[in-house]
Design a protein. Sequence first.
Length: 506
Amino acid sequence: MMLQAKHITKNFSGVTALSAVDLTLYPGKVNAIIGENGAGKSTLMKIFSGVLTQYDGEIVLNGKAVQFANTRDAEAAGIAIIHQELNLVPYLSVTENIFLGRELVNALGILDKKQMQQEAKALLMKLGLDIHPDNKIAALKVGQQQLVEIAKALYTNAAVIIMDEPTSAISDKEVDNLFSIIRQLKEERKTIVYISHKLKELYAIADTFVVLRDGKTVDAGDLKTVTQDELIQKMTGRQLDFEKSGKAVNDTPVLLSVNNISLRHPLFRFTNVVEGVSFNLHKGEILGIYGLMGSGRTELMEVVFGLHPKNGSGSISVNGQTIKVKSPAQAIAAGIALVPEDRKLHGLVVDQSVGSNISITVLRQLERWGLVLSNRKEKALTKNYIAQLGIKTASEKTCTKNLSGGNQQKIVLAKWLATKPQVLLMDEPTRGIDIKAKAEIYQLMKSLAAQGMGIIMVSSELPEILAVSDRVLVLCEGQLTASIPIDEATEAGILKYALHKKETAA
């Protein structure tokens, strides 16, 4: 089995996503596709997997030219894809999602639910995912959902498996499990196509590389023949370095004070997801929060933003004034904004335009005579943020779903910056974003902090925590276990606190 792209070209609304791309993917190898967001990686993968059917050029599979009419055609030909943006039905079970469209039936033509559950359980065990196959997708965290996506692809027994940012939301232990599975697939002579912005991860698992830049093939070869610095230069044209902040903020006023925040588990009566967490955020500070999956990082941000009014408890103060935050509307009114972990599900209306997504948080400010939306005001607002954040789009009218993940994330940032927040909560703000786009977001965060904004950034990437934060909070099993000044923070030290729960919160 071998997969080739020959002179593939694809345009979206006047923007060229791919321009005469050529590449070859080999069996029994992990073929890394590398490039910035907007380089064309995901677009090419969607063509390979039958998601996009209109393009110029030719796809060659196992020596024969193929043209897929839809994803079923691609699956029938032996190609499966694990999308960066999860493609699951939230209110169906894990089993139902894995077998959706390919259900097992018995001799009477009746759904064989027992057999499907057993096979789903075996797949979950193979991935080291300790959940019941009857659990609803909506009840799972993003990392667990991503492993279910991987289980779906493994069930098809495809010859070509495309993995688009498969580790962007899973823990180190889950990454190890995934890599073990990938090595088994290599031994079975599967063709693994692997997209990731984590270069350290690529060097651990990939054999070959293809670099895309601005929709074109820049270079290809054996990964062991190039260094990380050389890859970065091929991707971006320049070296990108991140240094620790080294900034002291303890002398600046306290902007946000969080006191004894707890969150009851929605199902288990005597269990807390977050337990007694207290901390201060200073004006102009970037506060990093790190913890392993299940540590309560996302849930803590959600409580501060008013998303759990019934199960959450504790008090919150902004500029010394205690505020009620029993809904996102109250949080926004108090000057708090949240960039969510899952931009597609919680951050965007992907079928709407770039302009509509940016302006949605401030529609009242854009009204004319208090009756109708002023197109002139909306256009001016959106053009300002498109320019300020460097959003790569043909115009503010472009449909958001046609943009790359990195550009979509910038739109989420823009819509919240439009509210002029004092406190910006950012949950995995660079998930699935390339190195250059990360640098741009880091620079934006530092610029906002320099203007006095307080920023809380949740990240599962330690290098990112160390590169951007002024101080690091560490969570373990819902408790705060450490508050570390950035000049004292190390990866080993942070991990030590992330792995050990305290009896009493720090």
